[in-house]
Every structure is written in structure tokens, then in C-alpha cells.
Ligand binder design. Structure first.
Ligand code: ZN
Length: 305
């Protein structure tokens, strides 16, 4: 019986899953040092009975390159973390590393889609691309930065230093910033009744829109239009079977997705006259863990490591 391990390193929680004759997982608070993090991962694998392991797949936040070195993990302050070499040395097994958004995209696709793109609308815009049932991460594992596709030349400033990136329009951070701007411009907006300006979150505009606030409706409509433009670009490049939306904003569910679909329909080219992708909400809390396991299993079975 083969035994594969998936690891999902998060800014606060790290999850470890072992797949052999069954699947079991544990999680622990992510330590702030490389050695403690490795100790935690190995301890978790052993606690789940993973002694003879055929391979370990790791999903990490931040900048990962395909040699298995994590250049930088935001929130953890860990740099140049050669996680593949460390785990390989201590567990005597093959290790593959990818960005956590790539792993999550693959996890969401298992058994459902061969070609799909996932966008995570959170603090930033995470993205993962699955083509032919495999993660597509480009040269040195650096692709799939869909949050930084430019949807508006000379547009809003993005945290990456460019202007007009999708992330500057559709991250939760961008939505919150826009909500505050509109509140400050309209003291009669119902959004002021939901909470003070310091309490604005990614739900504020959606909630006020439901209560009939026209200023909130304008924010939400604008947000959905920009998200739809990003999705149309994705469709024109990849023609996926599905675009999967995750992150905090995706909790708006059908109120968001139904309107995104209608917008994509209205934008015509690449949607109306071509196979329509399903536009879906991400469903699996452990998607990155499942994806990390699927990635390593494939790489070991195909002798790619
Ligand atoms: Zn950017």
C-alpha cells in the first residue's frame, strides 16, 4: 500500500494529511522557524502512522520555486526555506513543493475537472491553474499570478508596484478600500448604519445593497464587473471547464456568482459564443491538502522527481 503525505503550510495553521489505506489529517499552529516547522510536519506524519512514505507534497504560501525552495513566506517572515531538501533528508523520501493556491486549485478539481482555474478573493487574489489534470505553474514554478493580470492600463495602484492589476479591483482589501471611499463621499449611505468606517469589511457593501442602499449597489456592481472582466480574460486564455471562486468574498455565494455569470454573458466574446465554464464557489476546506497529495502522487508515479 503506497503512502503519500500532503502538507498545507498556512500563515497560522499547518495541516498534514496522510493517505494510505485511508486518509487522516492533523493540524497545528505554524511555528515561526524553519526547524520547528519541519519538526512539526515530521511529528504529524509519524503521529498519523506515516513511517514509510512514498512522497510528500507541500503547498506553501508566498514565493515558491520549482526546485522546492520557498523564497519568502509572508506573515511568517521565513525566507529561503529549502523545505524539499530538509524533508527529503529527514524522511528519506521524494518531496515536491508548490504554491498553496496551485495545490488548492488541484484539490478542488479532483474527480471533477481536468481544466480549471481557481481565484481566491481574500487579502490579495490567489490563483491556481489546472490543465490536463495537472498544476500548470510555468517556468520555475512562477506562473499562475492571475491577480496581477492588468485589466485597466494606468488603473488603480496594486501592492506589487504596478497599476491596474485585477487584485487592485477584486481582492477583499480592494473592496474594503472602495467601500470606505464611497462612505466618505456619501454621508447619507446606509452603509454608515451597518458600522463605523473602521468596521468595514468585505460584506459591508453587499449587506447594505440588500437593504436598498444605491451607493452600496454601485460598489457591488462595479466589483462584479471587474471580476467578470478578469474571468473573461481567463476564459479567453485557458478555456477552462470551471472557474472556481474561493476566499472570503466567495461567501456571498449565488448573489455574487449569478451576477458574475450574467456579466460574463453580457461581455460576449469568449463567453456567449464559446463553451461556458461553470462559475462555482470553492467547496473543500482541505483542498490544498488533497491537491498536495495528488501532486506528489502523480510526480512519483510518473518518475518526475
Ligand atoms: Zn499587481
Amino acid at each position: 500500500m503506497a503512502c503519500y503525505v500532503g502538507v498545507d503550510i498556512g500563515g497560522t495553521i499547518t495541516k498534514v494529511g496522510v493517505l494510505n489505506d485511508r486518509f487522516q489529517s492533523v493540524s497545528f499552529a505554524t511555528p515561526r522557524s524553519k526547524n520547528e516547522l519541519c519538526d512539526g510536519i515530521i511529528g504529524a506524519i509519524r503521529s498519523l502512522g506515516g513511517n514509510e512514505v512514498d512522497g510528500i507534497g507541500v503547498g506553501c504560501p508566498g514565493a515558491v520555486d520549482s526546485s522546492g525552495i520557498v523564497k519568502f513566506m509572508p506573515n511568517l517572515g521565513i525566507t529561503d526555506f529549502d523545505v524539499a531538501a530538509l524533508l527529503n533528508e529527514r524522511m528519506k523520501t521524494k518531496v515536491a513543493v508548490t504554491n498553496d493556491a496551485n495545490a488548492a486549485a488541484l484539490g478542488e478539481c479532483i474527480g471533477k475537472f481536468d481544466d480549471a482555474v481557481m481565484l481566491t478573493l481574500g487579502t490579495g487574489v490567489g490563483s491556481g491553474i489546472v490543465l490536463g489534470g495537472k498544476i500548470f505553474d510555468g517556468h520555475m514554478g512562477k506562473a499562475a499570478e492571475l491577480g496581477h493580470m492588468i485589466i485597466c492600463a494606468d488603473g488603480r495602484e496594486c501592492g506589487c508596484g504596478m497599476c491596474g492589476c485585477l487584485e487592485a479591483y477584486v481582492s477583499a482589501t480592494a473592496l474594503i478600500k472602495r467601500t470606505k471611499q464611497v462612505m466618505l463621499a456619501h454621508s447619507d449611505s446606509l452603509m454608515w448604519q451597518i458600522g463605523d468606517i473602521d468596521e468595514v469589511d468585505g460584506k459591508t457593501a453587499f449587506d447594505a445593497e440588500k437593504a436598498g442602499d444605491p451607493f452600496a449597489a454601485a460598489i457591488v456592481n462595479e466589483y462584479i464587473r471587474f471580476l467578470s472582466i478578469g474571468i473573461i480574460n481567463i476564459c479567453n486564455i485557458f478555456r477552462p471547464q470551471a472557474v472556481i471562486i474561493g476566499g472570503g468574498v466567495s461567501n456571498q455565494g449565488e448573489n455574487l456568482l449569478r451576477r458574475v455569470r450574467a456579466n460574463c454573458e453580457a461581455l460576449d466574446y469568449g463567453y456567449k459564443f464559446a463553451p461556458k465554464p461553470q462559475i462555482l464557489k470553492a467547496r473543500l476546506p482541505n483542498a490544498a491538502l488533497y491537491g498536495a497529495i495528488a501532486m506528489i502522487k502523480y510526480k512519483v508515479e510518473e518518475n518526475l522527481l
